[in-house]
Design a protein. Structure first.
Length: 255
C-alpha cells in the first residue's frame, strides 16, 4: 500500500517537472525557425505572428513567450509585449533577462499609476515563491517524498529503528514534503491562471457593466490589472493604486 502511494505521488510530481520540458521539445521546429529568421531580418511583426501561432497551438514555454515579447516590443505592439513578458515571467520566475525586458516594455507604456505599497507578509510571500521554479519545487517534493518513505519503512518495519530521532525525522520530512508539494501546485497554477490581465488597447473604464454607464477614467494599453469579477461582456478590474471599474472583455487579455 505504502509503495503504491509513493509510486503515484512520484508519477504526479514527475509530470509536473516534465510538462514544460516536453512542450518545449514538441515545438514545431519549422515554424520556430521561420520565426527566428524573420526576427533576424527585422520583420518583427511577422516574427511575432509566427511565435504566436506556436503559443496558440498550446506550447506554454517561457522562452517562446520571451521571443514573442521581443518581437512584439520591436514592432511597437506594447500590450502584447507586456503580456508576453509577464507570461514568460510566470513560467520562469526570477529570470533577470525577462524582468529587464518587461521593465523596458513598461517604460514604453508610460505607466504613471502609483502602486500601493506591499505589506511585509506580501513581500515575504513573493520572495518565497522565487526561491525555486515550479520544477524546482516539484523536484524537492520528489526528494522529500522518498526520504519520508524511507524513514517510514525503517521506523515501522525495522524494530531496531523505532527511535525518537526517526519519528521526528518523519514529522519534519512530512511537513517539508507538504510545503514543497503545495508550492509546486501553486506555482504551476499561477503560471496558467494568475487572476491578472493586460490591457490590449487604450479604453475608458466604466462605473458599471454597461456601455452607457459613466466613464470613470482612461486606461492605457499595456497596463497590468487585476480581474475581480466578470460578466459576459464586461470585467470588473482593479488598478495597482486600488481604483476599480468595469472594462469591456475584448479590451483585456488574461494572464
Amino acid at each position: 500500500m505504502m509503495r503504491s502511494i509513493v509510486h503515484r505521488l512520484h508519477y504526479l510530481l514527475v509530470c509536473l517537472i516534465l510538462g514544460t520540458a516536453l512542450q518545449a521539445q514538441a515545438q514545431d521546429p519549422v515554424l520556430f525557425t521561420e520565426a527566428n529568421k524573420l526576427y533576424e531580418q527585422k520583420k518583427y511583426a511577422e516574427a511575432a505572428d509566427k511565435y504566436q501561432q506556436l503559443i496558440d497551438s498550446g506550447y506554454q514555454v517561457a522562452d517562446l513567450y520571451y521571443n514573442a515579447g521581443n518581437a512584439y516590443y520591436k514592432s511597437s505592439q506594447t500590450g502584447m509585449a507586456v503580456y508576453s513578458f509577464e507570461k514568460a515571467l510566470n513560467l520562469k520566475p526570477g529570470d533577470e533577462q525577462i524582468e529587464l525586458n518587461l521593465a523596458l516594455a513598461n517604460q514604453q507604456v508610460g505607466n504613471n499609476i502609483e502602486s500601493l505599497p506591499l505589506l511585509f507578509f506580501e513581500k515575504w510571500w513573493l520572495q518565497l515563491q522565487v526561491i525555486h521554479t515550479s520544477a524546482g519545487w516539484a523536484t524537492g517534493s520528489i526528494v522529500l517524498c522518498w526520504i519520508l518513505a524511507a524513514l517510514a519503512i525503517a521506523y515501522f518495519f525495522m524494530p531496531g529503528m523505532r527511535r525518537p530521532v526517526f519519528r521526528w525525522g518523519m514529522m519534519v520530512a512530512g511537513i517539508l514534503f507538504i510545503a514543497y508539494f503545495s508550492m509546486a501546485i501553486w506555482m504551476q497554477n499561477k503560471a496558467y491562471n494568475s487572476g491578472s490581465a493586460i490591457v490590449m488597447k487604450t479604453v475608458k473604464v466604466k462605473a458599471a457593466p454597461d456601455e452607457g454607464s459613466k466613464d470613470l477614467f482612461d486606461i492605457k494599453e499595456g497596463i497590468k490589472i487585476k480581474v475581480l469579477d466578470s460578466t459576459k461582456d464586461f470585467s470588473k478590474i482593479q488598478l495597482s493604486d486600488g481604483k476599480t471599474g468595469w472594462i469591456a472583455v475584448p479590451a483585456i487579455r488574461n494572464l
